[in-house]
Each structure stands twice: as structure tokens, then as C-alpha cells.
Design a protein around this ligand. Structure first.
Ligand SMILES: Cc1cc2nc3c(=O)[nH]c(=O)nc-3n(C[C@H](O)[C@H](O)[C@H](O)COP(=O)(O)OP(=O)(O)OC[C@H]3O[C@@H](n4cnc5c(N)ncnc54)[C@H](O)[C@@H]3O)c2cc1C
Length: 459
């Protein structure tokens, strides 16, 4: 029997709802807001409140069931840091909860305003402020499409970014982890963030400035430690990327996995390598480059590596189905959580777990057997940093997708996976967790002593 319990989310949501502003406080806040900001920056329209109160949590059957219908009471779209400071100052004065928001692509319900209040949608604060050698400085609402375009104009590119390239830099730092470029550059926590300007609650005259390791408590903290106003993140020299789609005969996927591992050792390293078994490929839209009944290996590599990839694929019994620079965006949407999105469109009964660790490669059958009817998707990444040998730190993490029954069986599966040595990140909770939690807690106590920033997310 499982000893691992689902988090008490319904209880947490109920407790967070007690932080909701009183009608009188809300009315006074709205009056002050409309007096302080241009009219087109503030809205209480139902459609805007609804759109600003949901995120990608619908991918989880558990979160869909327990997330309350609570909406933001008001949505503000500050144009820049001064207006952001004003909103937070007024919210604090009237004890109104504040939830920062980018594009709402987070998928743990972390952008959902459990206590209502004001959602601060930063997508209009999207200016690229400066591009230097190895860094870019931008407002929180800048999207990765815009950041990458600005970096490319200087012969550089974003070192690492989510596959949801329309999401914002503030939202990625506040709620994401890694993605394109993670094979070479690791995760958010691996030196990607060089500096931040953060608005505390209550704000000081100027935003707080954090550099290097001081930025850590703001990363993947769901905004509970402060609202990122601007960020300076790492750029790398631009490469000439192209996409390759290869396939391998089923049913065993060992050859495809070995070919994938060989690609992770390429120099220059790929920006992305993903692998799927035939059952998962069957849930994707029909594509001659994703042939039925075969394992699929997809990679985004520097054009100079195409010959080496072709030889590697052939040496492991596979064939190249397509090489196309125009397909880089497309193959990115067959990786990371896009896989859950696509698989659930074809099979709504599926539920996902984020997994990592050696058994995904050394004993995938045992990993699959831990979840009845499961399918394994792998993404290349750099799970740990070995400065002496960067290649050694590269490996696969991924997703396990299986038909969902109930919370109890899901947590029994997680326990079974952990017993096999699989590292599981639970995507079915909005509660912050992990080794950074003590630092996040300390920064939240200092920067938000009244607990108004995104209530209900810090356990
Ligand atoms: C199909 C799909 C694929 C995905 N693929 C990836 C992937 O490859 N890699 C990855 O890491 N994630 C991935 N995600 C998750 C999500 O895309 C990332 O978390 C994303 O970068 C969030 O950006 P956003 O602008 O949408 O932020 P939002 O979803 O709006 O916000 C995310 C969190 O950050 C907080 N926040 C927003 N702005 C700020 C700010 N300025 N300061 C402080 N906190 C803030 C919010 O309150 C929320 O808690 C995926 C999600 C989906 C649905």
C-alpha cells in the first residue's frame, strides 16, 4: 500500500480563499487604482478576469478537479516598472492579494489567483532594454520570440528557453525550468540568470536588485518572493540550427535510445533531442516523418553536425525521415510538455508525470511497468553539472503518460517509481517544493511579510 499521500490541495485552496479582500477594501483599492493609472491599464471585465485567472493546469486531471473557480477581482497591465510599483503599493495598502502573470502557460496552476485580488499581467511591459556580449536585459513581459530575435540581430541567441516560445521571460523565471538549450546550458538555476530587478510587497522606492546567486530565491518561486520587473539572462553565440527527424524499427527502443545518447555527446551540442516510442507517436498528428509503428528520434542540431547525425542514426539501425531548418519550431512542439498536450488531445484519459534518473535509459521496461499502460517520452538535458567534463552531465529526463484512475493510485505509482530510483517531479500540485524551498521561504518572509504575493502557493 502507498504511504505517499496527495497534497491536501482542496484544504490549501480553502485556506488561501480566506485571504480574499473584503468588498470595502476592494472598492477602495479600485478607486485608488483608477485614479493612479491610465484607464486602459485596469479592467474588471468578466472575460479579462477569466482569461487572467487560468493557466495550463487543465493538463492535470487532479488540478482540474481541485482548482477553485475563483477569478481575479481586477486585472492590471502595467506598461513598466513604475506602474508595477504603483499597483503593488496600492494593493499592499488595501491588503489585496497580488498574482503576477506572463502568458499563463505554466501548468501547475501556479498563476491561478486562489484568493482573487489583482492579477498583474506583465505582457505589456515587454521592452528589450539592452543587448550586450553574452547577456540580454529585458522587461519581464518580453517573450522568447522577441528576446531571440533581438539576440540574433547581434549574432547571439538565448542560451536556454522554454519550448513555449511565446511565454515571457518573467513567467519562465517565475514558473518554468528548462527546455531548448538545456543539453548544453542546464536549467534556470545553472548560471542562466545574471541579474534581476524585483518589486517587493510593499515596494521600496526602487526595485530590489539581485545579482548571480542572489537571484536564486526568485527562480521557480511563482512570484511569492517578489515580482520580477526586469531580467538579465545569458546569451550564447548564435548557431545555425536545423531539425532532423529519424525513426527506428520497433518494438524495442534500445537502438533509438543509444542513438539519442550519442547525439547528446555531439560538439556543438544539440539544442534539443527527443525520443518517443511508437504508442506515443500514434497520438501525434499524422506526419510522414513520424512513421507509424517506429520509434521516433528528433533533434535540433547545428547544420555542421548533420553528416555525423546521419551516420549515427544509420549505425544504430535507423533512418533519417526529414532534415529541414524550417521544422525547428515544429519539432520543439514535440518535446517537453507539448507531448502531454498532444497525447491528451488524442487520448484525454492520459495523465503525466515528469521523470528523470538513470533507469529511464538503463531499465525503461521496469519504469513503464510501474504504471499500468504507460508510455515513455525522453528529452535530452543536462541533469547535473560536471565542470571537468560537461558532456558527462548530459542525459535524458522525460515524461511518463498513463491512463489516470484516481489520486491514490497516482501517488502509489510515484512511490513505485521512486523505489526504482526514478526521480519524479509531481506536476499535479501548485505547492512549491524542492531543495530551493528554504531560500524561497526566507526571501518571501523578507519581501512579502504580509503574505499578499500569490497566496496559497508557499506550503
Ligand atoms: C505545452 C506546454 C509546454 C511547456 N514546455 C515547457 C518547457 O519546455 N520548459 C519549461 O520550463 N516549461 C514549460 N512549460 C511550462 C511553462 O511554459 C513555463 O512555466 C513558462 O515559461 C511560463 O511562462 P508564462 O509567461 O506563461 O508564465 P505564467 O504561466 O503566466 O506564470 C508562471 C508563474 O510565474 C509567475 N510569474 C509570472 N510573471 C512573473 C514575474 N514577472 N515575476 C515573478 N513571478 C512571475 C506566475 O505567478 C506563475 O506562478 C510548458 C507548458 C505547456 C502548457
Amino acid at each position: 500500500m502507498s504511504t505517499l499521500e496527495p497534497p491536501p490541495l482542496a484544504h490549501v485552496a480553502q485556506r488561501a480563499s480566506r485571504r480574499a479582500p473584503s468588498p470595502a477594501a476592494l472598492a477602495a483599492f479600485l478607486d485608488a487604482l483608477t485614479a493612479a493609472l491610465p484607464a486602459d491599464r485596469v479592467t474588471t471585465l468578466d472575460s479579462a478576469r477569466l482569461a487572467a485567472s487560468r493557466d495550463g493546469a487543465y493538463l492535470s486531471p487532479l488540478l482540474s478537479a481541485v482548482l477553485p473557480d475563483r477569478l481575479a477581482d481586477v486585472v492590471v497591465r502595467p506598461a513598466g516598472t513604475d506602474q508595477l510599483q504603483t499597483v503593488v503599493r496600492l494593493a499592499h495598502a488595501h491588503a489585496v492579494p497580488v498574482v503576477p502573470r506572463g502568458r499563463g502557460t505554466g501548468n501547475y496552476g501556479q498563476a491561478v489567483p486562489l484568493a482573487g485580488g489583482v492579477v498583474v499581467d506583465l505582457s505589456d511591459a515587454d521592452r528589450i532594454l539592452e543587448v550586450g556580449n553574452g547577456w540580454i536585459h529585458a522587461q519581464a513581459g518580453a517573450t522568447f520570440v522577441a528576446l531571440e530575435a533581438a539576440a540574433r540581430r547581434t549574432g547571439q541567441e538565448i542560451a536556454m528557453m522554454p519550448t513555449t516560445v511565446g511565454s515571457t521571460i518573467g513567467g519562465f523565471l517565475g514558473g518554468g525550468a528548462g527546455g531548448l538549450g538545456s543539453i548544453e546550458h542546464g536549467w534556470l538555476w545553472d548560471g542562466f540568470v545574471q541579474a534581476l530587478e524585483v518589486v517587493a510587497c510593499p515596494p521600496q522606492d526602487e526595485p530590489r536588485r539581485a545579482y548571480g546567486a542572489q537571484c536564486l530565491p526568485y527562480l521557480h518561486a511563482y512570484g511569492v518572493t517578489g515580482i520580477i520587473a526586469t531580467a538579465t539572462v545569458k546569451l550564447a553565440p548564435a548557431r545555425d540550427w536545423t531539425a532532423l527527424l529519424a525513426s527506428f524499427p520497433g518494438p524495442a527502443g534500445a537502438d533509438a535510445t543509444q542513438a539519442g545518447l550519442a547525439l547528446l555527446r555531439l560538439d556543438p551540442p544539440p539544442r534539443m533531442v527527443s525520443l518517443d516510442e511508437p504508442a506515443l507517436v500514434a497520438t501525434y498528428p499524422a506526419d510522414p516523418a513520424l512513421p507509424a509503428g517506429r520509434h521516433s528520434l528528433r533533434a535540433v542540431v547545428d547544420v555542421s553536425a548533420v553528416d555525423a547525425v546521419t551516420k549515427t542514426v544509420a549505425a544504430h539501425g535507423g533512418r533519417i525521415d526529414k532534415v529541414d531548418a524550417a521544422a525547428v519550431g515544429y519539432v520543439s512542439t514535440l518535446s517537453f510538455n507539448h507531448v502531454t498536450l498532444r497525447a491528451k488531445k488524442a487520448r484525454p484519459e492520459l495523465c503525466h508525470l515528469q521523470v528523470g534518473g538513470a533507469p529511464l535509459v538503463t531499465d525503461p521496461d521496469a519504469v513503464r511497468a510501474a504504471l499500468p499502460g504507460s508510455m515513455l517520452h525522453l528529452d535530452g538535458m543536462r541533469p547535473y553539472l560536471d565542470p571537468a567534463d560537461p558532456v558527462r552531465g548530459r542525459g535524458f529526463g522525460g515524461l511518463l503518460l498513463a491512463p489516470f484512475h484516481d489520486a491514490a493510485s497516482l501517488y502509489a505509482w510515484i512511490e513505485r517509481l521512486q523505489a526504482l530510483g526514478v526521480h519524479v517531479v509531481d506536476p499535479h500540485t501548485w505547492l512549491l517544493d524542492g531543495p530551493a524551498l528554504p531560500g524561497i521561504r526566507a526571501a518571501a518572509a523578507a519581501n512579502d511579510p504580509d503574505g499578499l504575493l500569490n497566496p496559497g502557493k508557499l506550503p
